[in-house]
Design a protein around this ligand. Structure first.
Ligand code: PBG
Length: 324
């Protein structure tokens, strides 16, 4: 007789047993789908480094958001490609800005969908940085003022949540104050609290046309080597009034996600970013991996590490895969 008492394999014998003891389950409501709004009509331009992701004119973005909502996805996060860019990111806070238009149109068509507006300036500045630049430096406090203005105009357009991603110090409290001052006490802030200066954003910058014209974002986004600083960043945004915290990117930072999850009691989002998506797509196109399985395994790992909300370009495909 064998002297093995514990045999974990007993519960792995078939799919029904495995399903009974499964600890993490993905569902459509875990996901937020990022969408890129661009000027024009009937525009549906695929991003070359992100197969399946498009720049969408407002009419098309409404269609995409409607499809997502009908498939069970509760929310979308919007980015914008403005008609014109300038030094002061006017397009970010214009009443008729591209994201403001998209928010209004989506809310008109699908009033119940959660619309999140990414609050940043990099898509709207001529130099591609996330704030106002003077002498090659991104100014903090001047940029925060414009971010607050941007958030307010996104709320006026009907956004349910604003998501500041510029990594300027004090941006959350300034945005909270601006929203409250405008009568938007009920509009939530999902803060990109822990955002690393990451090479995984490469394809996004093609999608959003936001590559910095000089330098990089290391003077405001975090150093990939730092974990304790992530907790400090999360603490700051928590105390400034964030309603949801975010860690970004996701898979290379699962340790950070877990630590933020263990330390803070706010809902936690993880952004599975463009490069993470592109790598799976590319390997799948080469026939080197099973895309469906790698996608689900990756998203499961993000949830297992502690994410309540997963922002991913795979949202629609994941929902489809979960159904089959
Ligand atoms: C705006 C912003 C970026 C992303 C989300 N918001 C780009 C950046 O910081 O360069 C990246 C998202 C992705 O890679 O999918 N600041």
């Amino acid at each position: 007789m064998s002297d093995i008492i514990h045999r974990p394999r007993r519960l792995r014998r078939n799919e029904n047993l495995r399903a009974l003891v499964r600890e993490t389950r993905l569902a459509a409501e875990d996901f937020i789908l990022p969408l890129f709004a661009c000027p024009g009509e009937n525009v549906r331009r695929e991003v070359s480094s992100m197969p399946g992701v498009y720049n969408l004119s407002v009419d098309e973005i409404v269609r995409e958001a409607t499809n997502a909502y009908e498939s069970g996805i509760r929310g979308v996060i919007l980015f914008g490609l403005p008609e014109k860019k300038d030094e002061t990111a006017t397009g970010a806070y214009a009443d008729k800005g591209i994201v403001q238009q998209a928010v209004r149109a989506i809310k008109r068509a699908v009033p119940d969908i959660v619309v999140i507006a990414d609050t940043c300036l990099c898509e709207y500045t001529s130099h591609g940085h996330c704030g106002i630049v003077r002498k090659d430096e991104v100014l903090n406090d001047e940029s925060v003022e414009l971010l607050a203005r941007t958030a307010l105009s996104q709320a006026e357009a009907g956004a349910d949540i604003v998501a500041p991603s510029a990594m300027m110090d004090g941006q959350v409290s300034a945005i909270r104050e601006a929203l409250d001052g405008g009568g938007f006490e009920n509009i939530a802030i999902m803060s990109y609290a822990v955002k690393y200066a990451s090479a995984f954003y490469g394809p996004f910058r093609e999608a959003a046309g936001s590559t910095p014209a000089f330098g990089d974002r290391r003077a405001y986004q975090m150093d990939a080597a730092n974990a304790r600083e992530a907790l400090r960043e999360a603490e700051l945004d928590y105390s400034e009034g964030a309603d949801i915290l975010m860690v970004k990117p996701a898979t290379a930072y699962l340790d950070i996600l877990k630590q933020v999850h263990d330390r803070f009691d706010l809902p936690l989002a993880a952004y599975h970013v463009s490069g993470e998506y592109a790598m799976i797509k590319a390997a799948a196109q080469m026939g080197w991996i099973d895309e469906r399985r790698v996608m689900l395994e990756t998203l499961t790992s993000i949830k297992r590490a502690g994410a309540d909300i997963i922002i991913t370009y795979y949202a629609q495909e994941a929902v489809r895969a979960l159904r089959t």
